[in-house]
Design a protein around this ligand. Structure first.
Ligand code: GUN
Ligand code: ZN
Length: 434
């Protein structure tokens, strides 16, 4: 059903390039009194209201927002849907945290009623926080992915997800086998990949929980369906890295395990990479792979500080991940607040425009979807947000002291959260109203 043509008038901001490549000023477009025109679920025009208004039919509906900023929808390149019920669990580092909280919580997702219920909560929470696309881990159960995709399909969201493949070093109640993980993943690919705006990601959890046979079959799926995604974790925690060395003594390092099983490529996204070395960054970049920078998780699980300047040096694609439930917020604004601190602790800075890039166009590039999402360029999917300058009394007062869009943007990222997201639109339809 084609949606009607509609225009949105407000301050409008989007990234058009990586500030690390073109400098800050050339990395964005800002229209103080802008107009965004949406037609049939896509953006048909973007510009200054004064230029575009005379070109529109007299009867077009125009929504006019005062004290608000329109941006592209946010893109979360790493999150776990079955961990929604355990976000913020106390006091462990990665490996103990997995055994104590994560695995028991994920064990419930073979049950359709439970999986449907959490999928509904999860998708609503994404949209409340302005996230219109996410790269999502399911649980080991195929049902978890069916529930998530069904919820996303109802709202015509652009979502990427996959069933976890995990055939060792996890409780019996939560493991598959190399063969069953291949068969189950394949059935999900056939059912969902390319349906509407949905895409499938082959999802080996991380090297320690897959046998060589399972990693081989994961690589085989990627060759059978060339436009599939691959998502996994890498080099998040020092004990994890030591464990990978013990499990794969014949490999040169953590990345080399994935490389050996042919899991690197243009649609491969590796979460964390906190402890990657220069050579590994170079290899990731060479293969077109991307990293998800997950600052709230890296703080919360005591994993370490991601070296964004090193990734930039190698021109490695980097997206921003919340990593809920290791991460503590669904909000990419709050995730950027933490990202700024990660950089400060390393003696570097994160400009608000680089932050905007990471949450939008950078994520889209990591997912090879920059022709569809991540900007407000005409032709893109109409996935966008209305951010409210008066969301809280403090934000309202603080933004009155901001002198320009750079200051406004930075304050939105330090003080903003789900309350800041007044409306979320996906494919031109209103999918969240605060
Ligand atoms: N490594 C393997 N599994 C996980 C997970 O669920 N969360 C995080 N943060 N790291 C992991
Ligand atoms: Zn994760």
């Amino acid at each position: 059903m084609p949606l009607t043509r509609k225009a949105y008038r407000a301050a409008i901001l989007h990234s058009i390039a990586d500030p690390a490549e073109v400098g800050i000023e050339a990395s964005y477009e800002y229209f103080e009194d802008g107009l965004l025109v949406v037609d049939g679920g896509k953006i048909s025009a973007l510009g200054h209201a004064s230029d575009l208004l005379p070109t529109l039919p007299a009867d077009i509906e125009i929504e006019h927002y005062q004290d608000a900023l329109i941006t592209p929808g946010f893109i979360d390149t790493h999150i776990h849907f079955p961990q929604t019920g355990m976000v913020g669990a106390y006091g462990e580092q990665l490996l103990d945290w997995l055994n104590t909280y994560t695995f028991p919580c994920e064990s419930q997702f073979g049950d359709k009623v439970h999986a449907d219920e959490v999928a509904d909560i999860f998708v609503k929470e994404l949209l409340r926080n302005g996230t219109t696309t996410a790269l999502v881990f399911g649980s080991v159960h195929p049902q978890s992915v069916n529930s998530l995709f069904e919820a996303a399909e109802k709202l015509d969201l652009r979502m990427i997800a996959g069933k976890v493949m995990m055939d060792r070093n996890a409780p019996d109640y939560l493991t598959d086998t190399a063969e069953s993980s291949y068969v189950d993943s394949k059935a999900l690919i056939e059912r969902w990949h390319g349906k509407g705006r949905l895409h499938y990601a082959v999802t080996p959890r991380f090297a320690p929980t897959s046998t060589p046979e399972q990693l081989t079959l994961a690589g085989q799926l990627l060759t059978e369906y060339p436009d599939l995604y691959m998502q996994t974790h890498i080099s998040e925690n020092l004990k994890e890295i030591e464990w990978v060395k013990e499990l794969f003594p014949e490999r040169k390092g953590y990345l080399d395990v994935y490389d050996h099983y042919k899991l690197l490529g243009e649609r491969s996204v590796f979460a964390h990479g906190v402890h990657l070395c220069d050579d590994e960054c170079a290899r990731l970049a060479e293969t077109g792979s991307a990293i998800s920078f997950c600052p709230t998780s890296n703080f919360f699980l005591g994993s370490g500080l991601f070296n964004l300047p090193m990734a930039e040096k190698h021109r490695l694609n980097v997206g921003l991940g919340t990593d809920v439930g290791g991460g503590t917020s669904f909000s990419l604004l709050q995730t950027l607040n933490e990202a700024y601190k990660v950089m400060q602790l390393q003696g570097a800075r994160l400009s608000p425009f680089k932050s905007l890039y990471l949450a939008t166009l950078g994520g889209a590039r990591a997912l090879r979807l920059e022709d569809k999402i991540g900007t407000l360029q005409p032709g893109s999917d109409a996935d966008f947000l209305v951010l409210d300058y008066n969301a809280t009394p403090l934000l309202s007062y603080r933004l009155k002291q901001a002198n320009n869009i750079a200051e406004t943007l930075f304050v939105l990222m330090t003080l903003g959260d789900d309350r800041t997201v007044q409306q979320t639109y996906a494919a031109g339809a209103l999918v969240h109203q605060r």
